[in-house]
Design a protein around this ligand. Structure first.
Ligand code: CUA
Length: 319
């Protein structure tokens, strides 16, 4: 038992570190939940100490029949009235937080569609939808309203450091607001088991200053800057990649997989799991199912030498 506990402890503590730390409180909603959490933890410790103290005291004391009436009072107040008041107060507090973080107005709206096993991300803007994938950028001190749905199985959208989480359900739209309060990069993940690559269904949530965010969104809305005679684009189209992927500004308009228009501007590859480097890109194309088992994209082991180099160089130029 003790060995299992000691082996498991680093796993549990590991969840408190780094990019997925839900106690990092980089968002207004996460801060509200964290306050409730600490009150629960400290309150539970105090109550536990008092109860154990009373039990030890009762065990050591001689039974004194003259104190029976006082003892009954103690049981009624300590065992029924005070717990009821405390639990009701916590319930009301929790419901108020829930109301505040689920009914906020958004300064911007982002639709996220859970796919197997990646994220289709669509920013609603007055000039039209801006489509991207697997990376969410947000302006600091603004409330983003997320409208969530899923293509075929249930996923759950969660950026632990900012707040959440919320199920993504096929045929339904769920909502969640996040209000980041500091800039930085946090990890997001799928929190509902959804099949083979569930554990590899991740994304980056990058919080930027508002002006930088607006520049990024305007750039994201623009088509790719590609020479139509680019050799790598030729390989991309020859191999049929454009049947699944869209690169705006080219013939590739496939709606199935992630939009690749500004692929290389993302920090990670494969839905938040590999660093965006030429080596990882090449491995992704040739050994797709080694890199991420169970996904729909087929591997292209036939690509090598100059054609692979051209394709990788082309994809890495899509910034
Ligand atoms: Cu998507 Cu788990």
């Amino acid at each position: 038992m003790r060995r299992i506990f000691l082996l498991g402890l680093p796993l549990v503590l590991g969840a408190c570190e780094g990019r997925h730390n839900w106690l990092a409180s980089g968002g207004a909603e996460a801060i509200r939940v964290e306050q409730l959490f600490w009150v629960l933890v400290v309150g539970a410790a105090v109550i536990w100490t008092l109860v154990i103290g009373a039990a030890v005291y009762a065990h050591r004391r001689q039974v004194d029949p003259s104190l029976e009436k006082q003892a009954r009072q103690f049981i009624i107040w300590g065992g029924a009235v005070i717990p009821t008041v405390v639990v009701c107060a916590l319930l009301v507090w929790g419901l108020v937080i829930l109301r505040d973080i689920t009914t906020k107005e958004g300064d911007l709206t982002v639709r996220v569609d859970g796919e197997r096993w990646w994220w289709r991300v669509i920013y609603e803007s007055p000039e039209g939808d801006v489509v991207t994938a697997n990376e969410i950028r947000l302006p600091v001190d603004n409330t983003a309203l997320f409208k969530l749905t899923a293509d075929d199985v249930i996923h759950s959208f969660w950026v632990p450091a900012l707040g959440g989480k919320m199920d993504m359900i096929p045929g339904r739209e769920t909502e969640l607001t996040l209000t980041p309060v500091e800039t930085g990069s946090w990890g997001g993940l799928c929190a509902e088991f959804c099949g083979g690559a569930h554990a590899l269904m991740r994304f980056d949530a990058i919080v930027m200053e508002e002006a930088a965010f607006n520049d990024w969104l305007a750039h994201e809305a623009s088509p790719a800057e590609v020479a139509q005679d680019d050799a790598g684009l030729g390989v991309f189209l020859d191999e049929g990649c454009g049947a699944c992927h869209t690169i705006r500004g080219t013939e590739a308009v496939g709606p199935v997989g992630p939009d690749l228009t500004h692929l290389a501007s993302r920090e990670r590859l494969g839905a938040g799991i590999y660093d965006m480097t030429p080596d990882n890109m090449a491995a992704w194309i040739t050994d797709t199912h080694e890199m991420k088992p169970d996904i729909d994209m087929p591997p292209y082991p036939n690509l090598d030498g100059a054609r692979l180099d051209q394709l990788v160089a082309f994809l890495m130029s899509l910034d």
